[in-house]
Design a protein around this ligand. Structure first.
Ligand SMILES: Cc1ncc(COP(=O)(O)O)c(C=O)c1O
Length: 300
């Protein structure tokens, strides 16, 4: 992976290679931590962070579900992120804030554990590459909303994503798709999913998925451009009959899907609505559309 020079840990900037923790850190054993993935991009006015406010809100929401008392405010973490971008002197990259139960207590109830916060960032290109991706529906079901808070970004949830990724990469596919406990389409291991059917943009409704911030942005862009959008339950049959399909996510950005379970999706590898949305989104994150400047936090 690419690296940067400094990482923010509990209020201090430390050298990348010195950002270390104790082996008995609670979260390392049980997965009870929360995190975010945020991107910042080069714009004509210098680097800008995409939807920082929404990411920090989701981070604190996730922390609240584990009863974590975050020892910083959202404003303090926003300032830390801005300071970290400046100190690392990067123009674009991926930001990873992590709140975790620290060292000093074992046992499953984390209350009484120290709550630590770290923020790393580094240059990171398109997560799923630049080409349309070949997808397989995983045999693993997306986490059940009655066993956890499926809409929180909790570290332990990602074992479900790891298992699906291992399974489908082994078989030569690029990315997994997971169905929910009712058999409806849910999401990818780290992405939301959209399909296009007869000119309408369809995406799974909230409930068993992460409420993606890219998903929200794409829904807004589609509505602004008079593309009808429906959040609904989608069955496998409807998915496979899609005219277009794509993933959305901070890491993946907008990633067109060319095949699902070896079935070709649409006539072209990138369909016209996917192309249009991706183009507007790309301009928006790079500060080229005044309408969407509201989503950007400028670093300088
Ligand atoms: C499981 C899962 N779904 C969806 C997403 C997409 O969310 P966002 O667009 O907020 O990055 C992510 C990434 O954060 C994720 O991990």
């Amino acid at each position: 992976m690419e690296t940067a020079s400094k990482i923010w840990m509990d209020g201090k900037f430390v050298a990348w290679e010195k950002a270390q923790i104790h082996i008995l850190t609670h979260t390392l054993h049980y997965g009870g931590g929360v995190f975010e993935g945020i991107r910042f991009y080069e714009t004509p006015n210098g680097p800008a962070i995409f939807r920082l406010k929404e990411h920090l809100e989701r981070l604190f929401y996730s922390a609240s579900k584990l009863d974590m008392k975050v020892p910083y405010t959202k404003k303090e973490l926003a300032d830390a992120i801005i300071g970290l971008i400046k100190i690392n002197n990067l123009r674009d990259g991926y930001i990873r804030p992590l709140i975790y139960f620290g060292y000093g207590k074992m046992g499953l109830d984390p209350r009484g554990c120290k709550v630590n916060v770290a923020i790393a960032l580094w240059p990171w290109g398109a997560y799923l590459g630049d080409k349309p991706v070949k997808v397989k529906i995983s045999r693993f079901m997306r986490i059940h909303p009655a066993t956890t808070y499926a809409d929180a970004k909790i570290c332990g949830h990602y074992v479900n994503s790891i298992l699906a990724s291992l399974e489908i990469h082994e078989k030569g596919y690029d990315e997994a798709l997971l169905m929910d406990y009712k058999g409806f389409l849910a999401e990818g291991p780290g992405e939301n999913v959209f399909i296009v059917r007869k000119g309408t943009l369809l995406t799974p409704k909230l409930g068993t998925i992460l409420a993606g911030i890219t998903r929200l942005s794409i829904i807004e862009i589609a509505k602004d451009n008079k593309i009808p959008v429906e959040e609904k339950n989608i069955r496998e049959k409807e998915l496979l009959q899609a005219d277009e399909a794509f993933y959305t996510g901070t890491a993946a950005e907008i990633s067109p899907i060319s095949k699902i379970n070896n079935k070709k999706i649409g006539k072209k590898p990138v369909g016209p609505i996917t192309f249009q949305l991706k183009e507007i989104f790309t301009k928006a994150i790079h500060g080229q559309l005044p309408k969407y400047k509201k989503w950007l936090t400028f670093v300088d």
